[in-house]
Design a protein around this ligand. Structure first.
Ligand code: DON
Length: 307
């Protein structure tokens, strides 16, 4: 069985290669210059075996795919109740960068949209950490999910910070509702650093496999987050991970997932597999065009839909 998987993956990549629709993210100048032909896919099984094809060892920034993992860290560092008091678990039905706050409380609807993720960043690690220590907690946590020490792309981070007016506006709104209790600029700076962490497609598959494996990294054996946290994160990925395309995704693909504007995409099937794909051209929701096609194919070929 084993040799078949890389051939299967290579064939799946060949089938989506001709689709050149979509564009790389334009609002972060460093991402707009990405090599749009990059394409990779990797499967990480929960026994630690990794299969891949294409550009699986090329680094790119994690962007919004960091959100479920930092949500996991916040839940394990602070406990469920304090995090749920600040960020809900309801799909917003809106784009990732909409304000999407509950009108009475100012609570962001979920942790996968920017408003929720900016709040969640401020909840990673102990309350009294300074901004640099919080970023270190985030980087350390993401590295534990990947099973190797990750680093940041300073150029992408600086490029996004120069144009971060929308995230800064959201953070100031959150501060005005006392959902954020820290300095909004420092939190957006930390959140932007979190989004600038460099990963490969292989890393993404292993990080997803850690969620699929009840919070235990299949290679290192480390319990990165407790099992109930992994279940909570996968549940929110299922309902909210693909933003305003979440309903289409849940019905057509049926795998808890999360996308990032650099072109990465992850899916995690509890007790089975973590999947990572990479292709920088995005659709109108900010999801990778070829990544979505690959997941549709994987789901139907291998019967991965959870229903
Ligand atoms: O905050 C932002 O806008 C980016 N750093 C991340 C957005 C993102 O990846 C949306 N996902 N597809």
């Amino acid at each position: 069985m084993r040799p078949i998987i890389p051939d299967y993956l290579a064939e799946a990549l060949r089938d989506v290669e001709s689709d050149t629709s979509g564009d790389p993210a334009g609002y972060i100048p460093e991402l707009a210059t990405a090599d749009t032909e990059r394409l990779g896919a990797a499967f990480a099984m929960i026994d630690g075996e990794v299969y891949g094809a294409g550009d699986i060892d090329i680094e790119f920034t994690i962007q919004s795919i960091s959100k479920p993992f930092i949500y996991a860290l916040a839940l394990s560092d602070r406990g469920f109740d304090p995090v749920l008091a600040k960020v809900g678990v309801e799909p917003s039905g809106e784009a990732f960068n909409e304000i999407s706050l509950e009108s009475d409380t100012g609570r962001p609807l979920n942790p996968m949209i920017n408003a929720g993720a900016i709040t969640v960043h401020s909840l990673a690690g102990a309350e009294d950490l300074n901004p640099t220590e919080r970023v270190e907690r985030v980087l350390h946590g993401l590295s534990a999910f990947a099973g190797r020490r990750l680093k940041m792309d300073e150029a992408v981070c600086a490029s996004e910070m120069e144009h971060a007016h929308r995230n800064l506006a959201i953070a100031h709104m959150l501060r005005s509702h006392n959902v954020l209790t820290k300095d909004p600029r420092a939190v957006v700076d930390g959140y932007t650093r979190q989004c600038s962490v460099l990963v490969t497609t292989r890393d993404l598959a292993m990080m997803a496999a850690t969620l699929a494996n009840r919070g235990i990294n299949p290679l290192s054996g480390e319990q990165v987050v407790p099992e109930p946290v992994a279940r909570q994160v996968l549940s929110v990925m299922f309902s909210c991970g693909m933003y305003d395309a979440a309903g289409d995704w849940a019905t057509q693909v049926g795998i808890p997932a999360k996308s990032g504007v650099a072109g990465g995409l992850i899916g995690a099937l509890p007790g089975q597999i973590g999947i990572g794909t990479f292709s920088p051209r995005l659709d109108s929701h900010g999801n990778s065009v070829r990544g979505v096609s690959l997941f549709e194919r994987f789901s139907s070929d291998m019967g991965l839909h959870v229903m």
